[in-house]
Design a protein around this ligand. Structure first.
Ligand SMILES: Nc1ncnc2c1ncn2[C@@H]1O[C@H](COP(=O)(O)OP(=O)(O)OP(=O)(O)O)[C@@H](O)[C@H]1O
Length: 437
């Protein structure tokens, strides 16, 4: 696979990083305070939108100061053990880490709050507390309440979106180095679409250059239009159902940017709308269900099985209709429907969110995982809640939604009259009437 340009042209030093002058100054002062033996903060948190140079700055800083960068993706759960391990080793200056100075980089820490119960935040806090090396954290959105303790433990540095001129300078430099024709308006259009994201700009530039040979406004617009189309499930459905040839149906699903599982839901909802004969509907569902089996297998065994998913979901569904074989057949125009399953999920989202936040709040207070809270703590808390509602609500700062959920559990934890009768039988067995005195 050819090297992606955003990696190939990643700045090697702070000087090459576009914009972000204030951030560079702050980082330099901070790292120099470490080198002088009086760190102003143990860790900094670089936060801001995607593709503005957070990771790049950390790497460039390390390179400029000839420090080694120990990099970990914090949101990858496989790294939890590594973080704990690094926390241990970072507490011992020099020794196990070798002689060369280090910067520890924990990328994407905002990815961890969804699994905060797995102990990632305490592990990072411990690392910051113990470390004898500078630590850099990065995040897109550090404002989740569960990251409050982390925010308090670091120096926060905000990165802004990249401006139009620095982005254009960057893209022009790449065009020159790659020796490709780039029309100014085309670059402007890419930049407008990017919302200040350098990674997006460079990826777009590479896509157009490799796909069309040169970067003109027409090519940019065509690619953007194609992308929009590929993101639209209605278009994918129409392209499959209306396909006349195998390759058309297959291209429609392989090019679709809609998530495969989601696409299956769309087909599931709309097959009976498109096909009218029962046999056609049956065959289309047969293909769809086999596609679903192969998707599960692809996840477990290997992604090369994905091509069967495409075959079954594309041509499999497209040619399930025997009507298509009839001469002069024309597909019916159908108004496709949004999958009801997704609508139902959207309707219950608020409730599901409240359960999540309730479990998280209790988990934070009791230092237990959400699963433990659900299985062990909640039944007790629910019964306590019946008698001390106000105290519980104040202690956990419950929202209306969370109170509602707790009330549901309260009802569930109350024994039914049958259960009460059963219990009293067990503990107070009936005296036998034949008991002798
Ligand atoms: N300020 C910049 N100057 C020059 N190139 C940049 C700049 N910011 C980003 N880039 C380019 O974009 C690519 C992605 O940047 P980087 O990974 O640093 O972004 P990020 O802010 O960490 O994004 P994310 O939040 O998605 O991880 C880099 O490899 C580099 O090519």
């Amino acid at each position: 696979m050819p090297l992606q340009w955003f990696l190939k042209y990643r700045p090697k030093s702070l000087q090459e990083v576009e914009n972000q002058d204030e951030v560079k100054e702050e980082l330099k002062k901070w790292i120099e305070s470490w080198l002088n033996g009086e760190p102003t903060a143990k860790a900094v948190l670089l936060y801001g939108p995607p593709g503005v140079g957070k990771t790049t700055l950390a790497e460039a800083l390390a390179r400029d100061y000839k420090l080694e960068l120990l990099e970990m993706n914090a949101s990858d759960s496989r790294n939890l053990r590594d973080i704990k391990d690094v926390a241990e080793r970072a507490s011992i200056s020099g020794s196990l880490f070798g002689i060369k100075g280090k910067i520890i980089l924990l990328d994407e820490i905002d990815g961890i709050y969804s699994r905060a119960d797995a102990g990632a935040i305490p592990a990072i806090l411990e690392l910051i507390e113990k470390t004898k090396y500078p630590v850099i954290l990065t995040a897109n959105d550090p404002w989740d309440p569960s990251l409050r303790s982390l925010r308090n433990a670091v120096k926060m540095i905000e990165l802004k979106r990249l401006g139009k001129y620095p982005l254009k300078r960057l893209l022009k430099r790449i065009c020159e180095k790659e020796k490709i024709v780039c029309i100014d308006e085309a670059l402007d259009h890419i930049i407008e679409q990017s919302e200040g994201d350098a990674r997006y700009c460079i990826n777009m530039l590479q896509g157009i250059a490799e796909g069309y040979g040169k970067v003109t406004l027409d090519n940019v617009k065509e690619l953007v239009r194609r992308k929009d189309r590929e993101l639209d499930p209605f278009e994918t459905l129409r392209d499959v159902f209306w396909a006349k040839y195998y390759w058309q149906a297959k291209n429609a699903v392989t090019n679709s940017q809609v998530d495969y599982e989601l696409l299956m839901r769309w087909f599931d909802e709309n097959i009976p709308l498109q096909y009218t004969s029962m046999e056609d509907v049956w065959r289309a569902y047969e293909a769809l269900s086999r596609a679903s089996v192969f998707l599960t297998r692809a996840k477990q065994v290997g992604w090369d099985l994905l091509s069967y998913v495409f075959d079954l979901m594309g041509p499999g569904i497209a040619f399930a209709s025997l009507e298509k074989k009839k001469p002069g057949y024309k597909a019916r125009w159908v108004k496709y429907q949004f999958p009801q399953y997704i609508q139902a999920l959207a309707r219950t989202k608020e409730k599901r969110d409240s359960i999540e936040t309730l479990l998280k709040k209790i988990g934070e207070k009791t230092h237990t995982s959400k699963r433990k809270v659900l299985n062990d703590t909640l039944p007790f808390l629910a019964s306590y809640y019946t008698r001390h509602a106000e105290a519980v609500e104040n202690y956990l700062q419950l929202t209306e939604g969370e109170k509602e959920i707790l009330n549901v559990f309260t009802q569930a934890s109350k024994p039914t009259s049958e259960e009460k009768a059963e219990k009293s039988k067990k503990y107070y067995p009936k005296r036998s009437s034949s008991r002798k005195t």
